[in-house]
Design a binder for this molecule. Structure first.
Ligand code: AMP
Ligand code: MG
Length: 343
């Protein structure tokens, strides 16, 4: 169905309840609304309405075997979604909710199978963004929401990014500016011990282990969760990662960039603040953040990939970050974005 997408700006510090009412009405009638969370923009539907959830898959062109995350407005709502809420789950939610931690739990009977790709478990999160929470409270239903982009593309961190992918495919986008975290939530499976990180994200393993000791780190080479595709978050351009540290990294980036440019490709470089001065004006360089502040790298990652696409860049050569703390999630996204095949 073709509709004209409305974009309504909201001040997260002074939310216009009338706008939230409009959005909640769309959700309750079985429609789709894109809204900001602290990680990325989500594409929301009433999680208890299978027809509404079906529209998410249609609009995103997402395969049905890729399950959705269900968003809830309070930690207490978890008991309505999960068959079992034990002490460890309560400790984790007390420490990290609202926030970028998704828990995979045993699902309650009434959650439609389309949400969970027929699994016996469901992924649940309480987001920290005031607009997301206002919408959840007003709609008074859990909201299933994957990132509001076309399947496989970079996640949207602004309303403009949502429009790039979903213009006139959804009714409404709530625009509260750029999101804070920039990468998706950490997904933790708490259905069996030891607990396992299924996707690295906004909450680091070090932070999780401070609350619950027996957590197995993310194993990037194993597919433990449906939907963890090898190729994902990808720009239209081909992304090539340059490894190495310091000067050798810069040399390798320059070498790759020159080689591709010689072959006639339009080349862009995604660099860290520390190396900015090493590239002279002959390259198109965008800085994604400082290695000393990995959160800045996370915030800018998807925006920069989309900026290069807007400029019709054909090859992006990207510097990498250390796989520590938030760097684990950043490198996971960069590797998937650079993968050439989905298998
Ligand atoms: P997103 O596309 O960012 O909303 O992330 C959803 C991802 O969460 C999926 O691609 C799966 O990898 C993961 N996920 C959702 N539900 C489950 C579940 N029940 N069990 C394991 N992983 C899940
Ligand atoms: Mg996604």
């Amino acid at each position: 169905m073709v509709v004209k997408t409305k974009v309504i700006k909201l001040n997260p510090l002074d939310i216009d309840q009338e706008v939230i009412n409009q959005a909640a009405t769309i959700i309750k009638k079985g429609g789709l609304v894109a809204f900001p969370t602290e990680t990325v923009y989500g594409l929301g539907a009433d999680a208890l309405n299978p027809k509404a959830v079906e529209k998410i898959f249609e609009v995103k062109k997402r395969p049905h075997y890729d399950p959705l995350i269900v968003h809830i407005p309070t930690p207490e709502c978890l008991s309505e979604m999960a068959r079992e809420v034990n002490k460890v789950i309560l400790d984790l939610t007390a420490a990290f909710w609202p926030g970028p931690l998704t828990l995979v739990v045993k699902k309650a009977q009434h959650i439609p199978d389309v949400v969970t790709a027929n699994l016996d478990t469901v992924a649940i999160r309480m987001p920290a963004h005031p607009v997301a929470l206002a919408l959840l409270k007003t709609a008074a239903t859990p909201i299933a929401a994957p990132s509001a982009n076309l399947f496989g593309r970079a996640s949207p961190v602004s309303a403009e990014h949502v429009l790039q992918d979903l213009q006139d495919k959804i009714e409404l986008i709530l625009d509260a500016g750029k999101t804070d975290v920039g990468v998706e939530s950490t997904i933790l499976d708490v259905t069996q011990r030891p607990f396992r990180i299924l996707r690295p994200g906004g909450i680091t393993i070090e932070a999780l282990r401070a609350v619950v000791a027996d957590i197995v780190s993310y194993q990037g080479n194993q597919v433990l969760s449906p939907g963890m595709f090898k190729r994902h978050y990808s720009p239209k351009a081909r992304l090539v990662l340059a490894y190495g540290r310091g000067l050798s990294e810069v040399e390798s980036v320059k070498h790759l960039a020159s080689e591709f440019a010689k072959q006639g490709y339009l080349v862009g470089i995604m660099a860290k603040e520390e190396n900015r001065h090493c590239y002279n004006g002959s390259f198109n360089v965008k800085v994604f953040g400082s290695e000393k502040d990995l959160s800045s790298c996370a915030v800018n990652l998807y925006s920069i990939l989309r900026e290069f696409d807007k400029e019709n860049t054909q090859i992006i050569i990207a510097e990498t970050v250390k796989e520590e703390g938030l760097g684990v999630a950043i490198m996971d996204r960069l590797r998937r974005a650079a993968a050439r095949t989905s298998e």
